[in-house]
Design a protein around this ligand. Structure first.
Ligand SMILES: Cc1cc2nc3c(=O)[nH]c(=O)nc-3n(C[C@H](O)[C@H](O)[C@H](O)COP(=O)(O)OP(=O)(O)OC[C@H]3O[C@@H](n4cnc5c(N)ncnc54)[C@H](O)[C@@H]3O)c2cc1C
Length: 436
């Protein structure tokens, strides 16, 4: 072991040893990057190979930095390779951030809301990443207040000259569009979309390598030695670098400063068997991603091979596929009774980092150790923006980084010890709020 002999080093692998997901089963490739071995040197060492880490690494490698990304498991093993694949505009916690900074929300976030989309679009095209990227998204309303919120969003987008089709749908139009009477109406937004997240993450990792980055898998980081040339330590090796970026989101506890500022909230997804053309024509002929605005929300879409990928939050911390199947089948059947007996081929879960104020957490632990985490359910888009902002900050352009870092996280003492019961209580609270 290198460099940290006085410490007892350990890494507790999260219980989700294997994702069991539809995405893992349909990945374009099984990555096989070598573990970190020996003493390595880099300009920047990134910890974690999800969207935040890989996006940062790719931005930096494109600018000529020598970047090494160290992943405990596999590229995209965390939330990035397990999520709903919904490419959603906006940044969670916008209201809070604007208020804290005393700035106008529209002026502050107008273009930033879609910046991650542009990065994804550009990368998919430039590196020819096969990840089933499709545009088209429906925010569906369960309550009248949701319709009012959507109408306000619609007007804002119109006023800002949003370049994609956006339209309010009546209850009837919504039923015609997605074959269910479960909603009061919807907001159609052709600027949002969906994709196969694991294939995007793997494609971006390969792109980073093509630009000179090095990726290590099966290399849990056990310790970070702080200093002018900080060092990342794993069981068999180390990387010393001018700067480190921590991108472990809800899956790490590498720095005491990051404890208790974010809750690990579980979300789950099932994938049905491929559906017949008739069913697809009834439930989603336009191939839209669909999401309701509740905190304890439901989100769903078709995969490229026409399975319904149906996700939602349930108050559960396990991995038992039978349990996940049963719970989500019930929720899916409430929306689509005709799918009540459809076969479910995959069921899996993942962990989302949710800050109390919902605002993404950018910061530095020391002048040369950066981090970003806590995107709530908007990570596909915002991690890509975060990667760009982190890369800018490492390269010395810190304005956007400092803007976000200026919003201090709300600390919940003991959250890292009492995480699960606190999350359970929190979900209960929001479930009640959702019903009002
Ligand atoms: C079920 C589910 C559904 C979701 N649906 C959506 C959605 O539809 N749209 C959307 O926008 N967002 C969604 N999200 C949120 C989104 O997936 C996340 O916000 C985003 O992927 C976070 O990316 P990340 O790279 O920061 O973290 P992660 O993807 O979790 O990556 C962190 C990585 O760090 C690694 N790591 C941790 N500790 C160490 C260590 N000590 N050493 C080395 N590596 C380490 C982990 O192994 C992991 O690979 C969903 C999340 C889940 C779980």
């Amino acid at each position: 072991m290198l460099g940290a002999s006085k410490k007892t080093l350990s890494f507790t692998m999260h219980p989700e040893e294997h994702t069991g997901s539809y995405y893992a089963a349909t990945a374009n490739e099984v990555t096989n990057f070598q573990p970190l071995q020996g003493e390595q040197r880099a300009d920047v060492c990134v910890i974690g190979a999800g969207f935040t880490g890989i996006s940062t690494a790719l931005h930096l490698a494109e600018r000529g930095f020598n970047v090494h990304a160290v992943e405990a498991s596999k590229v995209g093993w965390g939330a990035s390779g397990r999520n709903g694949g919904q490419v959603i505009g906006g940044i969670s916690g916008e209201k809070h951030i604007a208020k804290k900074l005393g700035r106008d929300q529209e002026e502050l976030f107008g273009e930033l809301r879609w910046a991650g989309h542009d990065i994804i679009r550009e990368r998919v095209s430039r590196y020819d990443i096969q990840c089933d990227l499709k545009w088209g998204y429906l925010d569906v309303a369960i309550k009248q207040r949701h319709l009012r919120d959507f109408q306000a969003d619609y007007e804002k987008l119109q006023k800002a000259g949003f370049p994609h089709e956006v339209r309010m749908l009546s209850r009837e139009e919504t039923r015609e569009t997605i074959g269910t009477d479960a909603y009061l109406g919807a907001l159609l937004n052709m600027g949002n979309g969906h994709l196969h997240p694991l294939n995007l993450c793997i494609g971006e990792a390969n792109a980073a390598v093509s630009q000179g980055a090095t990726v290590y898998e099966q290399s849990p980081v056990l310790d970070i030695v702080r200093g002018s040339k900080p060092k990342v330590i794993t069981q068999q090796g180390s990387v010393s670098a001018d700067a480190i970026v921590i991108a472990g989101n809800a899956y790490h506890s590498l720095a005491r400063e990051l404890r208790g500022i974010m809750f690990p909230v579980r979300s789950f997804i099932i994938a049905t068997e491929p559906l017949s053309d008739d069913i697809v024509e009834t439930i989603n002929p336009q191939d839209l991603a669909i999401c309701d605005p509740n905190f304890v929300l439901k989100y769903y879409r078709l995969s490229a091979d026409k399975r319904l990928l149906f996700g939602g939050r349930i108050n559960y911390f396990g991995e038992e596929p039978h349990y996940i199947r049963a719970k989500l089948r019930k929720k899916m059947s409430q929306i689509y009774p005709t799918l009540a007996d459809v076969r479910i081929d995959y069921a899996w879960g993942g962990t989302i980092g949710v800050p109390i104020n919902r605002a993404p957490q950018f910061g530095r632990i020391t002048p040369n150790i950066f981090y970003c985490q806590g995107y709530s359910g908007h990570g596909v888009n915002v991690t890509h923006l975060a990667g760009q902002i982190l890369a800018d900050a490492v390269a010395g352009t810190i304005e956007r980084f400092d803007l976000f870092a200026g919003v201090k996280p709300i600390i919940v003492p003991g959250a890292h010890v009492l995480g699960k019961p606190m999350v359970a209580l929190g979900i209960l609270y929001y479930q009640i709020k959702d019903r009002l």
